[in-house]
Design a protein around this ligand. Sequence first.
Ligand SMILES: CC(C)(COP(=O)(O)OP(=O)(O)OC[C@H]1O[C@@H](n2cnc3c(N)ncnc32)[C@H](O)[C@@H]1OP(=O)(O)O)[C@@H](O)C(=O)NCCC(=O)NCCS
Length: 169
Amino acid sequence: MIIRQEQASDHNAVYQIIKSAFSNVTHSDGSEPELVVALRRSKAFVPDLSLVAICNENIVGHILFTEVTVNGKTELALAPLSVLPSYQRQGIGLALIAEGHRIARESGYDYSIVLGHPNYYPKAGYHPARLYGMKPPFEVPDDSFMAIKLNPAAEPLNGIVKYDPAFGI
Ligand SMILES: CC(C)(COP(=O)(O)OP(=O)(O)OC[C@H]1O[C@@H](n2cnc3c(N)ncnc32)[C@H](O)[C@@H]1OP(=O)(O)O)[C@@H](O)C(=O)NCCC(=O)NCCS
């Protein structure tokens, strides 16, 4: 498996991967492929942090981190993460997250935030975001709103996470 930065020629394949990954997810409204289209056009987009996983020359997974602000600091939000159903549970999701974190650290971000399954993201190092003083701008179960400290020296942020308007929040 190879992980590399998404290119413009990948956009259609990535749309289909996201659609397929979320098609059986009960809490999804099916908006994830269009969210990625909107985020690519937004100020929050970081080209280095839209990554694809490739197996046998086919794109089988995608991850996007975009910029958010917390208390005046620019950090990252992971959303969405998609692995083609027939390739799930083989470590591709965790590999995409780990590569995104590596690039994010190199780029100088202190935190990545995620709203997601509290059984899954702790496997990638996420903890409840409240531990870092971060609060969601919407009502969610406390344990679903998580963050990872990418820079061990980072101070707690103590603020509400502000997402790009593309998220429609
Ligand atoms: C969630 C998703 C990205 C995980 O990708 P993946 O490549 O299947 O995950 P990995 O193989 O890297 O996961 C490894 C571990 O996570 C567990 N896991 C995988 N999917 C999980 C899920 N949905 N919930 C809880 N745990 C999960 C695996 O059992 C495995 O655990 P183990 O190592 O203790 O056995 C993928 O299932 C997917 O695309 N789902 C549909 C879209 C979605 O829900 N995206 C996330 C939105 S928050």
